[in-house]
Design a protein around this ligand. Structure first.
Ligand code: MN
Length: 440
């Protein structure tokens, strides 16, 4: 477990009453950062800290002069329309601002009255993507996802030989990373239908989600210089939930030999709140057991601290809600539950590997973990695996069946960290509804 401090104390309570509810994602011990503004308003986006059902407005805190020194400098950076300036400042600033926000929001704070005037209710806001993302990379680091995928593609053995040697990835598309809640328009693409001689150009029929953990780079590295694995956790700002929407029929035809392209670049959704690495400290744990057959780790991916506490105990539930379920007043249906602690590579190994050739990671860059999956269908993080590429269907409450996503289907991820002796913290939601393809 990484170091904890007074901000993690399970005994802390807040004068924001909703932050003390047992089922809140945003208790005193979480304090994630996001970018928001009141909806229906022309006011600028700015950073804020989630507390219960409220947001502590960083711009209002700066105006109110609540913080001093390093924390004040960090708050000024956080008041900008993206979190990039805050992310670039590094862990001492992130930590000072977290401590100052914690002291302002906790029960007994001397600044309660002024602090209360700096809150904006969550139900009055819209969110923006938290950082200006110059680069987005998607990894492929769940052993079960890779094995299930290999089995579905009838590879023998199912795992590519590189999987246990390095965290596999491709460069994704930064411009189409979109905030939770935005509709996902069904993409058109070149598709080879079963039995067809060649491809046709049409809307994707095998539209899928991928449940992933997203990671934001705080402090990057100059080009030509790697990031040692032992330094990665000082450079990583925080984590979010990420949906790597994927059109399997487009992907199946296009990805040889260079990897996914238009089958994924049409959209990637991220949750509004970035849970900082400091907030996640109590939920660090040993990296997943690599198994007796694992090859020796390459030096740049091998660090004793990473083996000891590079793992992260984040649980993510995937819910589906169809148009008809919505009309019938049904609740979203739990489809699966994934456990990030089982991931073969840690978020720190992903960062160190990304920079290991001297590639410069930049402040605000985003990378995805790859689909978080497990061996059972209840743990699989995408429909490709759950339905064996559409061969199996499953039933939704109300009796509809699904193999892949239909228009009007909404995909909702909810993430949580739980550990005895610590407050449970949540990631909030990452959601998106499938909109019909354009007319062509
Ligand atoms: Mn993916």
């Amino acid at each position: 477990m990484a170091a904890t401090n007074e901000t993690h104390d399970v005994g802390l309570s807040s004068w924001v009453s909703a932050a003390n509810a047992v089922d809140t994602d945003f208790p005193m011990q979480n304090l994630p950062f996001g970018v928001f503004r009141r909806h229906g308003d022309d006011e600028p986006f700015r950073g804020g800290v989630a507390i219960g059902d409220q947001i502590l407005d960083m711009a209002a805190c700066v105006k109110g002069g609540f913080f001093d020194g390093v924390a004040a400098a960090a708050a000024a950076a956080a008041a900008e329309p993206t979190l990039n300036s805050l992310m670039a400042l590094g862990p001492s600033h992130w930590s000072a601002l977290r401590l100052a926000a914690s002291r302002l929001l906790r029960t007994g704070s001397a600044n309660q009255t002024a602090g209360a005037a700096s809150l904006v209710p969550m139900d009055e806001v819209e969110y923006a993507v938290p950082s200006a993302i110059a680069n987005y990379t998607d990894f492929y680091t769940s052993l079960d996802h890779a094995t299930n995928g290999g089995r579905l593609n009838r590879r023998e053995p199912p795992l590519f030989p590189n999987f246990k040697h390095l965290p596999v990835a491709y460069h994704g598309r930064a411009s189409s990373v979109t905030i939770s809640g935005a509709p996902c328009r069904r993409p058109w693409g070149q598709i080879v239908r079963p039995g067809a001689d060649g491809p046709s150009f049409e809307p994707a029929r095998m539209l899928d989600y991928e449940m992933e953990i997203g990671a934001y780079v705080g402090v990057g590295n100059p080009m030509g210089y790697p990031i040692p694995l032992a330094e990665a956790d000082q450079r990583l700002f925080g984590l979010c939930l990420l949906n790597d929407w994927s059109a399997r029929d487009i992907q199946g035809w296009e990805m040889a030999p260079l990897g996914p392209f238009l089958s994924k670049s049409f959209m990637t959704s991220v949750s509004p709140w970035v849970v900082t690495m400091e907030a996640l400290a109590p939920f660090r744990m040993a990296a997943a057991n690599r198994g007796a057959d694992a090859p020796a780790l390459s030096p740049h991916l091998n660090d004793p601290t990473d083996r000891l506490d590079g793992g992260l105990d984040v649980t993510v539930d995937v819910y589906l809600l169809s148009e008809r379920m919505r009309a019938d007043g049904l609740d979203p249906a739990l489809r699966s539950r994934g456990y990030f602690r089982k991931n073969y590579w840690t978020v720190f190994q992903m960062m160190a590997h990304h920079a290991s050739n001297g590639c410069n990671l930049q402040t605000g860059d985003l990378y995805g973990s790859g689909t978080v999956s497990g061996p059972s269908r209840e743990e699989m993080g995408c429909l490709l695996e759950i339905t064996d590429r559409g061969a199996l269907t499953f039933e939704l409450p109300g009796g509809e069946t699904r193999a892949f996503l239909e228009d009007g289907d909404e995909v909702i991820f909810r993430g949580q960290c739980l550990r005895d002796g610590f407050a449970t913290i949540g990631f909030g939601e990452c959601r998106g509804r499938v909109a019909p393809a354009h007319d062509g």
